[in-house]
Design a protein around this ligand. Structure first.
Ligand SMILES: Nc1ncnc2c1ncn2[C@@H]1O[C@H](COP(=O)(O)OP(=O)(O)OP(=O)(O)O)[C@@H](O)[C@H]1O
Ligand SMILES: [Mg+2]
Length: 420
């Protein structure tokens, strides 16, 4: 190789080296940067910024990629926020929610549905719904909606530790594949509504039952009088007395029912200063005849002399308690009426040395028409509403009622009122 050839070779090598260097700085290096930048983005790291290296086209590309990353970052944060909002709403819902896809896999559920259906697994995503939902009616409804896309409403009863009723609405759920819609079931707790409905039905049954006894007696005695009883000089007066007694029972029942209904709709109550000694004196005067007839001793321990409440209603409540005590104690028995202040409350109590009440009845004694001895209670002419009225009167004053009783020793009924 001569000198010219050598020089040419060196110049060519230098040129190739320069070309390689040029290519490295203008193409390879920016490409490496872009590759690294895209790797960061694919890992969800949007903080990296792509610096503008290389040619003008690479610089424009870098600006566009940076802009795209910023936009992606914004969109993804918005989506995350929206998802978080949806999760919070879903988890905060009292209603149970369960959504499935057309393959019967669970797509969405909330904590309420886990409690309702007693689902113990922590994560049930991707489980098949029929492995988790054990209510045959709900399984059938979900299947039916998957098949027909027609909303189904139904009421179901679930018994776990308590009996619960739910209104379940299953409707079609649009998914990414319009050809394969899913289904979503919403469980709404209607237990309270059901129990109110039941109470209403029971109330009507009880009222009818209560009216039936005196009305049957009235019919019997009036028929007897009409069929010759009027000529029966010995017994006709007795029959008329029986009619009069039963009319009185019906009157009492109607009066008590009206009282309960008025108390239930009372929004405001009248409050006035009540002198407890005066109150007790009036009640005892109203019941004087019954007290004397059974030779009952009444003791009074009125420590608290004043009370702020509705005078007519408190008189009624105390009267009902003393009336019960009189009816329950044996002849010659004793009753104690007390008024005292304790822990910011005023307590009016009526205690007796009567037969007492078995503990199984104590919890229900303030219910309407509840009687310890059904037959004897009705026989005695009481409506069975006396204690329910006492409870209502205490409640509309913001107070409560309580009872302590020992079989064979006696009972103590309390009206506990807030001190005003
Ligand atoms: N002091 C008491 N001792 C024992 N049992 C009682 C006492 N007070 C109430 N009871 C029981 O509770 C039942 C319900 O009382 P409540 O006052 O509600 O109805 P009633 O007295 O039968 O009817 P009414 O009060 O309408 O005349 C009574 O039938 C009685 O069995
Ligand atoms: Mg009573």
């Amino acid at each position: 190789m001569n000198f010219i050839e050598l020089s040419f070779f060196i110049l060519l090598s230098l040129f190739v080296l320069l070309l390689l260097f040029f290519l490295y700085t203008t193409i390879k290096k920016p490409l490496d940067h872009i590759e690294e930048f895209i790797r960061h983005i694919s890992q969800g790291n949007f903080e990296k910024h792509l610096s503008s290296h290389g040619s003008r086209r690479f610089r424009t590309l870098a600006i566009s990629l940076n802009e795209m990353a910023r936009h992606l970052d914004y969109v993804i944060s918005r989506l995350k926020l929206e998802k978080q909002k949806l999760i919070s709403v879903l988890q905060g819902m009292h209603d149970g929610v369960l959504a499935i896809d057309s393959d019967r896999r669970i797509l969405i559920y909330n904590e309420s549905i886990k409690k309702i259906l007693d689902i113990r697994d922590d994560d049930i995503y991707k489980a098949k719904f029929y492995d988790i939902v054990r209510e045959p009616n709900v399984v059938a409804s979900l299947e039916s909606v998957l098949k027909n896309q027609k909303t189904v409403h139904e009421q179901i009863r679930i018994i776990s530790d308590k009996e619960k009723f739910y209104e379940v609405i299953v409707s079609s759920l649009a998914t990414l594949d319009p050809e394969a819609p899913g289904a979503v079931a919403i469980f709404h707790d209607i237990t309270e509504l059901k129990s109110l409905e039941q109470m209403r039905v029971d109330f009507v049954t009880n009222v009818s039952h209560e009216f039936k006894t005196p009305l049957t007696a009235l019919r019997g005695y009036s028929d007897t009088l009409l069929q010759g009883g009027l000529q029966d000089e010995k017994n006709r007066e007795k029959f008329v007395h029986m009619i009069s007694d039963n009319v009185l029972r019906v009157e009492n029942l109607v009066e008590d029912l009206l009282t309960i209904s008025k108390l239930e709709s009372a929004e405001t109550i009248l409050t006035d200063k009540i002198d407890t000694e005066n109150l007790v004196r009036q009640v005892l005067r109203d019941l004087e005849y019954q007290i004397k007839q059974k030779c009952i001793t009444v003791n009074q321990k009125l420590e608290e002399k004043n009370l702020n409440a509705d005078p007519v209603k408190i008189h009624r409540a105390l009267m009902n308690l003393v009336d019960n005590a009189i009816k329950c104690v044996p002849s010659g028995g004793s009753i104690e009426i007390e008024s005292l202040k304790k822990g910011g409350k005023i307590i009016l109590s009526v205690s007796d040395n009567g037969p007492g009440i078995e503990s199984k009845h104590v919890a229900r004694i303030f219910e309407r028409f509840y009687r310890v001895d059904e037959a004897r209670g009705r026989e005695s002419g009481g409506s069975g509403l006396g204690l329910a009225i006492v409870k209502h009167i205490a409640m509309i004053h913001g107070g409560t009622v309580a009872v302590e009783s020992t079989v064979g020793q006696g009972s103590s009924f309390k009206i506990i009122l807030p001190q005003k």
